[in-house]
Design a protein around this ligand. Structure first.
Ligand code: SAM
Ligand code: SF4
Length: 325
């Protein structure tokens, strides 16, 4: 069992498969030209798999593949099958912008993927275009339909931004309710790679928008999930709010993150990391296990988003496209 220095049980590994992306979201990597190809020293699927086996053997029960855009990585289905064959009951999920799902969803499902988190920030083509800096909405909606058709579990992530999509909170909620899927509203997390002129909505502002129409009941956090759940009486519908600015957000954190180059990151906010690349390249299982133990020991108590005020220059320098969110 993996226990960190604050007694928290860590059983969730998020693996970023690439920094590349086919979108340029305002809150993530707005300034990279579409022609940008990161100089990645990617670990191969075999190398990543060696570490994943170590993590599973040590007590990880949930794995999420992310990025950048993970669907850009070739032969992803064979990697999913490697993990799923090793531990068929692993909770194996993937976070995607859905653009490539129409042509990949069936193969992902057949390979053993169970669930998808899909980013959907707007149902208006021009707003979606403005956020992703590309005309994406039609293809994203097709991707969501395809994922549901093939029987993958789907949750939707929306990052509400002031003056951009803040008037669509209820529209997205209704879209999800109609499809019987859960939406989680994510507070924008300030970071130095984002467009510095965007302003996110605070959790309580997001809730106010829902309360303008509905009565909501707070249900609480579900285990170690970062999402705080609410229930809408009138719709008989549950949605989530991911609110890292709230002081108790980190209390039950069960996550560590691995980048595509093999850096193991104890916390999304901070720059600290330790590399497992050398160990997995030489098949050194003990070395990889030792790095994992050290990263757990170094896991900080909490992030610093709750300290951020409107004028603060002190933002996280971690790139979401590197850590996978
Ligand atoms: N490309 C995939 C996608 O967009 O779903 C996976 C990677 S993306 C980095 C993972 C999640 O991080 C997405 O739900 C995205 O909305 C979220 N994200 C990225 N930057 C963020 C930020 N600054 N604040 C809050 N969420 C962010
Ligand atoms: Fe790409 Fe996801 Fe970042 Fe948007 S949030 S730029 S889709 S990695």
């Amino acid at each position: 069992m993996l226990i960190d220095g604050y007694g928290r049980r860590v059983n969730y590994l998020r693996v970023s498969l690439t920094e590349r992306c086919n979108f340029r979201c305002q809150y993530c990597m707005p300034e990279k030209p579409f022609s940008w190809v990161p100089k990645e020293n990617l670990l191969s699927f075999e190398e990543l798999f060696l570490f994943i086996k170590v993590a599973i053997d040590e007590g990880v029960t949930k794995i999420r593949l992310t990025g950048g855009e993970p669907l850009l990585r070739e032969d992803l289905d064979s990697f999913i099958k490697m993990i799923s064959d090793y531990k068929p009951d692993i909770d194996l999920a993937l976070t995607t912008n859905a653009y490539l799902l129409p042509q990949t969803a069936q193969r992902l499902k057949d390979a053993g993927l169970k669930r998808l988190n899909i980013s959907l920030d707007s149902l208006k083509p021009e707003i979606a275009h403005n956020i992703a800096q590309k005309d994406v909405l039609g293809q994203v909606l097709k991707g969501i339909d395809k994922a549901l058709d093939v029987g993958l579990g789907v949750k939707i992530n929306m990052v509400p931004l002031k003056g951009m999509n803040d008037d669509e909170i209820l529209d997205i909620l209704h879209y999800c309710k109609e499809r019987n899927i859960k939406v989680r509203f994510i507070e924008y997390m300030e970071n130095s790679h984002a467009n510095q002129s965007i302003e996110g909505m605070h959790g309580r502002e997001i809730l106010e928008k829902v309360k303008e129409r509905y009565t909501i009941k707070a249900l609480g956090r579900e285990g170690a999930s970062p999402s705080f759940n609410y229930y809408i009486e009138e719709l008989k519908y549950e949605f989530g709010l991911i609110d890292p600015h709230k002081h108790d957000f980190c209390e039950n954190c069960n996550r560590i993150r691995l980048t595509a180059e093999g850096n193991l990151i104890p916390c999304l906010y901070f720059d600290e990391a330790m590399s497992i690349a050398e160990a997995v390249k030489s098949g050194d299982i003990k070395g990889a296990t030792d790095v994992l133990a050290q990263v757990l020991k170094d896991k900080p108590k909490e992030n610093r988003w709750s300290d951020i005020d409107a004028d603060s220059q002190d933002v996280s320098t971690r790139a979401f496209y590197e850590t996978g969110g």
